[in-house]
Design a protein around this ligand. Structure first.
Ligand code: SF4
Ligand SMILES: [Zn+2]
Ligand SMILES: [Zn+2]
Length: 302
């Protein structure tokens, strides 16, 4: 194995093709954490005295995110959502429990069955192709409710560079530019007392970098795959982007940088067009229509 491009002393653990450099574990940890801190600062993700909800699934991304934020000595609690996916979630919840115990971070587990009334397994019996749509909408709703109940000001997620760039492309392909305005480093177009903004500290760290960061830190993460992942339209976008990155290292960063440059204009435009945020007539959660998307989807299931 080659020697580290940074210190020239230790053996390398990762090839950073887009920088044309290879780093050892120690230098890579420094680079990774510096990049996360820079993203937080640049996008004003965290304000002084903010209480942060760490949205953790037990995978490499969310546990790496939790590790960095824990090292920053922030006021944090962890939230895990149990979607009710047999043979998948139980194992990852165990990993979350062990990690949080070791770091002494309070952990709160919320389940779809108890809070929404239905598990993803039950949804999939009739609507397997749409499992991810239901799962995503229910998870966002429950995470927002949980973070608010716990008095949190922000929800930090493990969304990485790959996730963010895939979402940008998918919104372009589906011709949904208004969604581009709502996403970004700190989510949301308009404020509402019941809406807890989501922040993405890892948005400039790739999936591979999250895995290597977790491994060199000895984080025991779950690398199992949800059985419904094949129904996700994200897979094709992911493959295309990975091919482009292989041919042309740095492509993902370029797409993200272009998106960041367009974001202020997109926000300005769609802020003027979108209605005010009110509360769902059924569940009271924030929404821009009379009924929130989760309640609408539950109604369609019955
Ligand atoms: S793959 Fe789909 S169903 Fe499985 S956890 Fe992810 S969003 Fe939910
Ligand atoms: Zn080094
Ligand atoms: Zn509702």
């Amino acid at each position: 194995m080659a020697e580290c491009s940074k210190c020239g002393k230790r053996k390398t653990v990762i090839n950073l093709e887009y920088m044309k450099e290879e780093y050892c574990g120690e230098c890579f940890i420094n680079l990774y954490e510096k990049r996360v801190r820079k993203s937080i600062r640049k996008h004003g993700m965290i304000q002084r005295n903010d209480k942060i909800a760490l949205a953790v699934s037990g995978g490499k991304d969310s546990l790496s995110m939790a590790n960095v934020l824990h090292k920053l000595n922030l006021d944090v609690v962890a939230i895990t959502i149990d979607e009710g996916i047999c043979g998948y979630r139980d194992n990852s919840i165990e990993k979350v429990r062990n990690f949080m115990q070791e770091k002494e971070i309070p952990l709160h587990i919320y389940s779809f069955k108890e809070e929404i009334g239905v598990t993803v397994d039950e949804v999939a019996e009739e609507h397997e192709e749409q499992s991810c749509s239901y799962c995503g909408v229910f998870r966002r709703k429950l995470m927002n409710k949980a973070a608010r109940e716990l008095g949190c000001d922000k929800i930090a997620t493990g969304h990485n560079l790959d996730d963010e760039v895939q979402t940008v492309l998918m919104n372009l392909i589906r011709s949904e530019p208004q969604r581009l305005a709502r996403m970004g480093p700190v989510t949301g177009l308009k404020d509402h007392g019941k809406f807890v903004p989501r922040i993405k500290p890892l948005r400039r760290c790739s999936e591979k970098e999250d895995a290597v960061y977790a491994l060199v830190n000895g984080i025991d993460f779950d690398d199992g795959k949800c059985l419904y992942i094949n129904s996700s339209s994200r897979l094709l976008t992911r493959e295309c982007l990975n091919k482009m990155e292989l041919e042309n290292p740095g492509t993902k960063f370029s797409i993200l940088s272009s998106y960041d440059k367009m974001l202020p204009a997109l926000r300005e435009y769609y802020r003027g067009k979108s209605g005010d945020i009110g509360e769902c007539g059924k569940c009271g959660e924030p929404t821009s229509s009379d009924e929130c998307k989760a309640c609408r989807m539950i109604r369609n299931l019955i």
